[in-house]
Ligand binder design. Structure first.
Ligand code: NI
Ligand code: MN
Length: 224
């Protein structure tokens, strides 16, 4: 099986195994590095790590446009229900949901999750299994020792690691995180998007024994 992995910019991705499409944190409108608009994204499934605008801001629109199933914290699902959207799969930290493409599992993340002062549940990372590939998206988080355990539990092939500092790990902590997780390939995310706010130089993100795959927004990588 092969998997097409498209970086949507910032922390967003689209995975396509040829039969199923699944996006995670697809933030496009208002994203200064995005190459498409929210109205243009086609996806059957959407995973949300937490309720901040740079992850969740376009999800209602994209979900409604596509009739996509949304996987997120219970409180984010409640928010969508109030907006009249019912094609949802609520979960919470530690839980795993079987899907028609594989599974979505929610992991812990050390961050926050709210919109306009409304609490939107625990922030989370997500492990997505699709097209025979397992991907660990750390979400927005600081480093924590159980990243090693998450690596052992799910044996991800690819880790998507925030390295922009300020709101998440920076490049040095991201390097340690990649080494703990142990996925053969690490993709740096959540950097450079906001000039002056997020790190632009991530040259310190050099995990030992792990291939760093840097992706440009809009770039698609086909993993055979
Ligand atoms: Ni955030
Ligand atoms: Mn963020």
């Amino acid at each position: 099986m092969s998997l097409k992995i498209t970086f949507l910019g910032h922390a967003g991705f689209l995975f396509d195994d040829g039969r199923h499409t699944c996006a995670i944190d697809p933030w496009l409108d208002g994203n200064p590095v995005a190459t498409i608009k929210a109205a243009d994204l086609k996806t059957q499934h959407i995973v949300v790590t937490h309720g901040h605008a740079d992850h969740f801001g376009d999800v209602e629109q994209i979900a409604k446009n596509n009739g996509a199933t949304v996987y997120a914290a219970y409180e984010i699902i409640e928010f969508l229900n109030e907006k009249g959207y019912e094609k949802v799969q609520p979960g919470n930290t530690g839980g795993k949901l079987k899907t028609d493409f594989g599974f979505v599992a929610f992991t812990q993340a050390f961050h926050s999750s709210s919109m306009g002062g409304r609490y939107l549940g625990q922030p989370m990372g997500a492990v997505i299994n699709i097209g025979g590939t397992t991907i660990y998206h750390c979400g927005d988080t600081g480093i924590f020792g159980d990243m090693k355990l998450i690596g052992e539990l799910y044996k991800p092939d690819i880790a998507l690691i925030p390295v922009g500092d300020r709101f998440t790990m920076g490049p040095e902590h991201g390097r340690r995180a990649a080494e703990m997780i142990g996925a053969k390939i690490a993709v740096p995310i959540h950097y450079k998007t906001f000039p002056g706010m997020l790190a632009e130089d991530i040259s310190a993100f050099k995990p030992v024994g792990i291939e760093v795959k840097t992706m440009n927004p809009g770039e698609t990588w086909t993993r055979g």
